[in-house]
Design a binder for this molecule. Structure first.
Ligand code: 4AD
Ligand code: MG
Length: 430
């Protein structure tokens, strides 16, 4: 008898298999007992008919409770109506562990209850689909960058300085000194880009965001590619190729999960480069035409990003923001120093910014001025200034937020469902 998994039942049609899993649900109709079993690769319905299995097996099938661990054997039959296309005619059943009063039942629960039971909630079909898609997104990102010759150089998480402003820093004690959880690995990939040419880091980043929105986490994952001898246009070209690749891989490999989420994939199917590009100035004009109360120099709020994103079918790059509303390390546009050579990528369908990046200033004096003007502690940035002392070249890169990207691809309301264990303003448990 074959020990296999539900995802591979197609290879075993007409044969008897053994599966190890957990009871998802049960129902009975007289002499027939249905047991839905999940094993992480799928869900299958096993059908037990009284009289055609030993009485003790049938009795056990009747008593099974939700989320009990079971080993089941059965004959694989093709069934077009079944979730994965196959059903099992039960032949044997063993109880590995009996679960009593599983707290998450098929009835509706509120988000707080579910988040407090996140360690169990990840077993539910919808959460399972989302996290599978997240894993695919991460796989697609790594595959794309590795194939393009980017070298993975991970950035540290404990850092001596801020990258993205001092208002969202998580501070921690470092043997009597202050350290901060990294807001972005960017400064470090700028260093490794000068060693390897094309690099990326991929890991968790932290922001003490006081905002309680559906797009903010305090711990989120970011992939940050960085390229030496590159400019803003190179950055946007890489961003659109990466996002196009990720969306197409998910459509190809995760169609079943997208179906579980009832995701309309028509819009996703046409997410391929080139993406539209507009300047910040054009974005302001577009918003003003739509009646928004916004002036040149203002940063975009969520409603603005949504309005801009919704004006296009594909993600749209907004480039050349006013330097004063962007980070200290941005390269000014030489023909218009009041704007920075930066770009954000805004997703369609109301998902807002998924990429932020641009060209970094490679001029030592300018960077020294910017550090001073932003009241950043110079000593903590000496190493970063060294990059402008020894072989400084134009370079560019960006950060793509994993959770916002996954939320958009899945078409779900809130980023909290896109990470196994979300960290938010009011939640650190479980
Ligand atoms: O635009 P941000 O702040 O850019 C940076 O951190 C750059 N240093 C990255 C770089 O150039 N290497 O953040 C980049 C992306 C955003 O576009 C968004 O997708 C995501 O990170 N992000 C968040 N996602 C969830 N929760 C938050 N609080 C986020 N803040 C940013
Ligand atoms: Mg940003």
């Amino acid at each position: 008898m074959n020990s296999t998994c539900i995802g591979q039942l197609a290879d075993h049609e007409g044969r008897e298999v053994t599966l190890h899993g957990w009871v998802y649900n049960t129902r009975s109709s007289g002499a027939v007992q249905f047991v839905l079993v999940r094993d992480g690769t799928g869900i299958v319905q096993a059908v037990a008919v009284r009289g055609s299995v030993p009485d003790d097996v049938f009795g056990l099938a009747q008593r099974l409770t939700q989320e009990s661990a079971v080993t089941i054997s059965g004959l694989v039959r093709k069934d077009r109506r079944a979730p994965g296309g196959y059903e099992l005619t039960l032949t044997n059943l063993q109880l590995v562990h009996e679960a009593r009063d599983y707290p998450i039942t098929p009835k509706e629960h509120g988000p707080d209850f579910l988040l407090s039971h996140r360690h169990l909630w990840v077993r539910s079909a919808r959460q399972h689909a989302i996290l599978r898609i997240r894993a695919q997104v991460e796989h697609a990102i790594r595959g794309f960058l590795d194939d393009q010759g980017f070298v993975l150089t991970d950035s540290p998480i404990l850092t001596p300085a801020a990258c993205e402003g001092t208002s969202t820093l998580f501070e921690t004690d470092y043997f009597g000194d202050k350290a901060y959880l990294s807001q972005s690995g960017q400064l470090y990939v700028e260093a490794t880009a000068m060693a390897f040419g094309k690099v990326y880091c991929f890991g968790p980043t932290f922001r003490a965001e006081k905002s309680k929105t559906r797009r903010h986490l305090t711990e989120f994952w970011m992939v940050e590619p960085e390229m030496a001898y590159a400019d803003l246009d190179d950055m946007m070209a890489l961003g659109e190729q990466l996002v196009g690749h990720v969306v197409q891989e998910v459509l190809r490999e995760r169609s079943r999960e997208l179906e579980v989420l009832k995701r309309d994939t028509k819009l996703l199917a046409q997410i391929e480069p080139p993406f539209p590009r507009i300047t910040y100035d054009e974005a302001i004009a577009l918003l003003q035409k739509q009646g928004e109360d916004i002036a040149w120099g203002d940063d975009f709020g969520a409603p603005h990003e949504i309005a801009i994103g919704d004006s296009f079918q594909k993600p749209v790059f907004v480039h050349r923001y006013p330097a004063q509303i962007k980070a200290f390390y941005m390269e000014p546009d030489p023909s218009r120093p009041e704007v920075a050579l930066c770009a954000d990528l805004l997703a369609p369908e109301g998902y807002g910014e998924i990429i932020g990046g641009g060209q970094r200033t490679h001029n030592l004096e300018l960077l020294e001025d910017r550090i001073a003007a932003n009241n950043l502690p110079r000593e903590a940035f000496e190493w970063y200034l060294d990059l402008r002392r020894y072989g400084s070249v134009p370079h560019a890169g960006f950060g793509l937020g994993i959770e916002r990207t996954v939320a958009w691809i899945c078409g779900i309301e809130h980023v909290r469902e896109t990470i196994p264990f979300p960290r938010m303003l009011t939640r650190i448990y479980p």
